[in-house]
Write a protein that binds this ligand. Structure first.
Ligand SMILES: *[C@@H]1O[C@H](CO)[C@@H](O)[C@H](O)[C@H]1NC(C)=O
Ligand SMILES: *[C@@H]1O[C@H](CO)[C@@H](O)[C@H](O)[C@H]1NC(C)=O
Ligand SMILES: *[C@@H]1O[C@H](CO)[C@@H](O)[C@H](O)[C@H]1NC(C)=O
Ligand SMILES: *[C@@H]1O[C@H](CO)[C@@H](O)[C@H](O)[C@H]1NC(C)=O
Ligand SMILES: *[C@@H]1O[C@H](CO)[C@@H](O)[C@H](O)[C@H]1NC(C)=O
Ligand SMILES: *[C@@H]1O[C@H](CO)[C@@H](O)[C@H](O)[C@H]1NC(C)=O
Ligand SMILES: *[C@@H]1O[C@H](CO)[C@@H](O)[C@H](O)[C@H]1NC(C)=O
Ligand SMILES: *[C@@H]1O[C@H](CO)[C@@H](O)[C@H](O)[C@H]1NC(C)=O
Ligand SMILES: *[C@@H]1O[C@H](CO)[C@@H](O)[C@H](O)[C@H]1NC(C)=O
Ligand SMILES: *[C@@H]1O[C@H](CO)[C@@H](O)[C@H](O)[C@H]1NC(C)=O
Ligand SMILES: *[C@@H]1O[C@H](CO)[C@@H](O)[C@H](O)[C@H]1NC(C)=O
Ligand SMILES: *[C@@H]1O[C@H](CO)[C@@H](O)[C@H](O)[C@H]1NC(C)=O
Length: 396
């Protein structure tokens, strides 16, 4: 007879094991006054709006307190609302963590970083760029972060932003206010929560919210997002670089453009391996969208910022807000869709917004999960499993 202990062990080992280890859970735990930064890497700087023992009251002042070198640095941010703009220009690895008792649940985040700005495209001057209305920028300089008249011809290798930036459990919002009121009626113009250019950056259970053009991964930018939520309206995920999303919720506050507008390589940029990739993600109406606004069947999965656009959705839940035809042209007068040049792809989509018979197969294609793994796993997209991510969270 088999002992009950053996049966118990057999049952235990057949249960699915949650492999998610929250790397900095101990460090991120709420701190009492008179704290010790227990569980935090040595030398961690502490930012708090309420604790007099913290060395810094704003996130940007702590960043300015770091040496401008290649050393690895850590910043822990106490609970609170931080009304500021944050730029990370240093090259060395930097990890910023928000205090939380639930690191694997972004809805429990206690650190909110926000500012309010947008580019009015009607009155925009030639010196203004989308890069001037951003809350969190990871880029070596303003020049390097420009979307428009940026340093296109500059030798790419001469610009180095962060080699390894990591953000945990922080909500980043651009509130795009007009006369002090959040402009919820539609788009004000480009208004970003996040910019990444000439840098490698990863984000764990963070949220990025705004309206138009919320999240940008630009020239020589590589970014990986795990968990969390991206919220916006028109083209709210856009860029030229490489952005990979795992287990991320895409939330729409309104219609306009596509969920994604991506641009592929330019001549000077080498082979086009750039794009926006989603695995195990979710497309929904934002919880804070106008409740009576009917978004059913309105949201295009993506549109081509240029004809070398690449956008891939894998194993993604699509609520009924998704446009039945899936992807769209840029516009009817300027379609920008070229066979075998533009890559709009789905694999394993499911949910009421996945309408297989209505999809526009002349501009997108479906691939099997095997093909998706062979072509669009993290290692395939980045050429190798990136050294600059937290492998407790990122899967291949
Ligand atoms: C961190 O600091 C403690 C106390 O000063 C020291 O014992 C430990 O070796 C340090 N750890 C590392 C990884 O530097
Ligand atoms: C960081 O390291 C790189 C490569 O070793 C070097 O070229 C660069 O000058 C260093 N940056 C700083 C700010 O020290
Ligand atoms: C930050 O927001 C304030 C309004 O709260 C605005 O005046 C300022 O221009 C914004 N800064 C940036 C760099 O976007
Ligand atoms: C950094 O922040 C300031 C506003 O505080 C902004 O003017 C500047 O362009 C930002 N970007 C970079 C990459 O330094
Ligand atoms: C930014 O680019 C402009 C135009 O190319 C150039 O004149 C300026 O010197 C650059 N600034 C920096 C800090 O590199
Ligand atoms: C920019 O991209 C080019 C082409 O992929 C690459 O060779 C170069 O190392 C990248 N530069 C930086 C700063 O990441
Ligand atoms: C980003 O990481 C890649 C390796 O994955 C490296 O070649 C590149 O130089 C890094 N970029 C920066 C700005 O450090
Ligand atoms: C943008 O600028 C135009 C022209 O100056 C103005 O009429 C409009 O109200 C501005 N939009 C917003 C959202 O401020
Ligand atoms: C919400 O949407 C309804 C229907 O589209 C519209 O009539 C109403 O003005 C909107 N409310 C706000 C606050 O934008
Ligand atoms: C696209 O590529 C496939 C496979 O390489 C090829 O069979 C097809 O003819 C190409 N289509 C066009 C329009 O070039
Ligand atoms: C997507 O995620 C699942 C894990 O849930 C994994 O098995 C699969 O290989 C991933 N797909 C790709 C293309 O990485
Ligand atoms: C992502 O989702 C997959 C499938 O639902 C799950 O197995 C995995 O643990 C999740 N990863 C994270 C980091 O949440």
């Amino acid at each position: 007879m088999i002992s009950s202990k053996l049966i118990y062990l057999a049952i235990l080992s057949s249960l699915p094991i949650s492999t998610l280890a929250n790397t900095y859970a101990e460090c991120q735990k709420p701190k009492a006054q008179g704290y010790q930064l227990q569980g935090c890497p040595n030398g961690t700087l502490y930012v708090s709006q309420t604790d007099p023992q913290a060395g810094y009251g704003t996130i940007q002042s702590a960043i300015q307190g770091l040496p401008n070198d290649n050393s690895t640095q850590y910043i822990l941010v106490g609970s609170g609302n931080y009304h500021e703009v944050v730029n990370v220009t240093r090259q060395g690895p930097l990890t910023i963590m928000g205090i939380t008792s639930s690191p694997s649940d972004y809805t429990s985040n206690t650190v909110k970083l926000f500012n309010s700005s947008f580019i009015n495209q009607t009155s925009q001057t030639t010196s203004q760029d989308n890069a001037d209305a951003v809350v969190l920028t990871i880029s070596p300089s303003r020049n390097a972060s420009l979307v428009g008249s940026g340093p296109l011809g500059a030798p790419l290798q001469t610009l180095f932003g962060s080699s390894d930036f990591r953000l945990y459990n922080i909500d980043v919002a651009n509130r795009a206010t007009v006369n002090g009121i959040e402009y919820t009626a539609g788009d004000t113009g480009p208004s970003a929560a996040l910019f990444v250019s000439y840098a490698n950056a990863s984000f764990y259970e963070c949220t990025f919210s705004s309206y138009q053009d919320t999240l940008y991964v630009g020239r020589n930018g590589s970014a990986i997002f795990v968990g969390g939520e991206i919220t916006g309206t028109t083209d709210f995920i856009y860029g030229f670089g490489t952005a990979y999303f795992q287990n991320t919720t895409l939330s729409s506050r309104n219609t306009g453009g596509g969920l994604v507008a991506w641009k592929g390589s330019e001549q000077w940029y080498g082979p086009n391996t750039f794009g926006a990739y989603f695995n195990n993600s979710k497309i929904v109406k934002a919880a804070d969208a106008n409740a009576t606004l009917d978004l059913t069947g309105t949201r295009a999965l993506g549109r081509p910022w240029n004809n070398q656009s690449r956008v891939v959705y894998m194993n993604t839940y699509m609520s009924d807000i998704v446009l039945p035809q899936g992807f769209v042209e840029w516009s009817s007068s300027d379609p920008r869709v070229f066979p075998n040049v533009t890559h709009f792809i789905e694999s394993g989509s499911y949910g009421p917004g996945y309408n297989a018979s209505a999809r526009n197969y002349s501009i997108e294609s479906f691939i099997s999960s095997e093909e998706a793994k062979n072509q669009y796993s993290v290692s395939k997209v980045f050429g190798e499993f990136p050294s600059w991510v937290d492998s407790n969270y990122v899967y291949n």
